[in-house]
Design a binder for this molecule. Sequence first.
Ligand code: CMP
Length: 138
Amino acid sequence: RTDRTFTMLKPDSVEKGHIGAILEKITASGFKIVAMKLTQMTTADAEEFYAIHKERPFFGELVEYMTRGPIVSAVLEKDNAVEDFRTLIGATNPEDAAEGTIRKLYAASIGENAVHGSDSDENAEIESQFHFAGREIF
Ligand code: CMP
């Protein structure tokens, strides 16, 4: 099967009206959308999703940010999806992100960095199942 990855257009992207432009860039880069919805994470959702960062000093700020408004979550399909999507979004810190990447274009800071991309095939599967029921993934 073609590889899949999981993404979220984070609250800052939705607030700034960047949903359309970011999705256009994603699909123009060869990713097929196989699941997508607009939802708002609860505090409990965000604490669970980002549990790996629980001990980090920015954890509280991260949970506040990710729950302050709706996000667009999606599952994307493409050969080499995880790695290619991380290349497309660019470095976590937009100051380090390459020209033309989504974070270079749309992210404000290392904290408010516009988009999420899974960091492994295993996490892509876990994160997709966290956000979507089986019947929502095509
Ligand atoms: P992401 O890599 O998708 O997942 C972890 C998130 O934590 C990261 O995006 C940022 O939104 C946030 N983050 C990472 N490093 C920092 C930092 N130094 N300060 C604030 N937020 C951060």
